[in-house]
Design a protein around this ligand. Sequence first.
Ligand code: PLP
Length: 417
Amino acid sequence: MNYFNYVKGELFAEQVSVTELAERFGTPLFIYSHATLERHYKAFDEAFGEYPHRICYSVKANSNIALLQTLKRLGSGFDIVSIGEFERVIKAGGSPKDIIFSGLGKTTDELTQALEANISCFNLESENELYRLKSIADKLGKTATISLRINPDVDPKTHKHITTGKKGNKFGIDIDTAKRLYIAAKDMDNIDIAGVDYHIGSQICKLEPLTQAIDAAVNLILELRDLGINIRHLDVGGGLGIQYKDETPPHPAEYVNAIVERVKSHDIDLVLEPGRAIIGNAGLLVSKVEYLKRGESKNFAVIDAGMNDYIRPCLYEAWTDIDAVDSRIEADDFVCDVVGPICESSDIFAKDRAIKVAEGSYVALRSVGAYGFSMSSNYNTRPRPPEVLVNGDKVSLIRRRETYQDLLGPEYLLDEA
Ligand SMILES: *Cc1c(COP(=O)(O)O)cnc(C)c1O
């Protein structure tokens, strides 16, 4: 369920007409629903009841500062993968104590800045990263709180490009090596061992790989405790899938119950890093149909959004629901490929769809809240779209459309450099 519904044939974002938003802000345009975002955050949070937990929203899924601010107000923490994302969280009103830092290529500068700011946990991904952080901590005379990202070697049964917790993926540390590193870290000055973490992939729609990973991590935590290494928390990463087409992912509450069930007798605090499951279904991309093009073997609807605005269909062959914003328009269903204007054959949002379109009419691409704007680019020198957040009947512009000055500003001609 979401808050983008038809009222008398016209698509609304909560209480606001999508056509009105498209006319007011122009297209392409990202529209987010506050109520959807809030409901999804609370679906995770409330499922824990009194069980000690922290939800650290994965900033890379959608990093708009007004959305981060909204999540902060709901009580969320943040999982970041760069110092750029750190800057966003701070600007949004978050504090370093709300932040855990993931990612396998953190630079010396990034580790230093995050340690100086006292973030709550470093999720480390290799032996060398542990030693690098230790030497920075020694130099600064500060204690770094750490977790090691293990690779539990489970197959999450999702697209190969978003599988991250199987042997051979670049992420995480195999369990035997992790055990050895925990033992080494136990006696290190300036290193405080807090947790174990993993993140096995994204858009996971089955409970089983998720529970396999929990079991592997709990076993490791119990073994480490036997060695006198007191692991306080388990961070199970993100990865819970959403419905794009006909997937039936577990409800957040079902997933949370499955985790709590497995850890509750062991006194382990929980951390979750959901991204897509919180913001994915909370966003629409509205686009105008520029041309209907009839070909010999195929028809095309050429829309004004491109793969630079929303790259998932082209990158992961991801299904995207596309609907006419106004279903009352005088047009027959047009069977076509829905394509963007970019000079690449992969700039396709949908194949062989029947939709009600006319030149100048609007279409809505559904469930683009996650890995939509945050993966967008300026390819073909296209300014990126504005973003608006709708809350009931209230509309807030949370990012303006880019200008050509924004795009050309950082560049120099040879004689200016
Ligand atoms: C991307 C990522 C997440 C979020 O994944 P979703 O599939 O969007 O929930 C969480 N943790 C880490 C370490 C990530 O890299």
